[in-house]
Design a protein around this ligand. Structure first.
Ligand code: PGA
Length: 241
């Protein structure tokens, strides 16, 4: 629930002038609040920036005041949809089961779900971070075909690192990505699992993105705070190039 049309305009202009959006090395996606998606699509017409949503409802349509359906996202030509962000899990009662349903609804509309998983500080301190994250992953992907799993993006976001300025160390992040990748190999196969993007999220900024994104198992970043600063976000994009 951040930003404005003016910020989006400035972000798109800055990305165009400071990064090489046509590079095959990077895929830039902006997931603004719902009211801005139409505007974003308009100002990125012909520009290599994809649009994503921050949520979707599971029902196709109906009396669900305040909700957004997948067909509305399709009309906006949204390519990605974030599901299960820890804030939605915490404040909107988004359960693993709902994350699974929403991911399937998106897949059914050819929209790539960006499935967020991650442990709390308590769970890490108790040493159950790996089992927690794998349980979330299993639940999110339950009942999906291999083809569907291959069409998902996974975002590992330790809750204790989101918006706190505390980043997981390169090693901590890479190790968790390895654990997730290993499970994806079991669910698909080695080649396919390699191609599934696993993003890291949690206080990624212009200073630490180079090292984090340089880790072998980290394929990209889900950026919150730094995505509100066009120069910083452009630097993060450039650290992928
Ligand atoms: P942050 O947010 O980059 O500000 O930690 C990440 C997120 O909200 O997913």
């Amino acid at each position: 629930m951040n930003g404005s049309q003016a910020l989006l305009s400035s972000m798109v202009e800055t990305l165009q002038s400071k990064t090489d959006l046509s590079s095959s090395q990077v895929n830039v996606v902006i997931c603004p609040p719902f009211p801005y998606i139409g505007f974003l699509k308009k100002i990125t017409d012909g520009v290599s920036i994809d649009a994503g949503s921050q949520n979707v409802h599971t029902e196709a349509s109906g009396a669900y005041t305040g909700e957004i359906s997948v067909s509305m996202l399709q009309e906006w030509k949204v390519q990605y949809g974030i599901v299960g962000h820890s804030e939605r899990r915490a404040y909107n009662g988004e359960t693993d089961e709902l994350v699974n349903q929403k991911s399937k609804v998106l897949l059914g509309a050819n929209i790539t779900p960006v499935i967020c998983i991650g442990e709390s500080l308590e769970q890490r301190e108790e040493g159950v971070h790996e089992t927690t994250v794998i349980a979330q992953l299993n639940a999110a992907l339950a009942g999906m075909s291999e083809e569907e799993i291959k069409s998902c993006v996974i975002a590992y976001e330790p809750i204790w690192a989101i918006g706190t300025g505390k980043t997981a160390s390169n090693e901590q992040a890479n190790q968790m990505h390895e654990v997730i990748r290993t499970r994806l190999v079991e669910l698909t196969d080695a080649d396919s699992a390699k191609k599934i993007s696993i993003l890291y999220g949690g206080s990624v900024n212009a200073k630490n993105s180079g090292e984090l994104l340089g880790q072998p198992e980290i394929d990209g970043a889900l950026v919150g705070g730094a995505s509100l600063k066009p120069d910083d976000f452009s630097q993060i994009v450039n650290s992928c190039l």
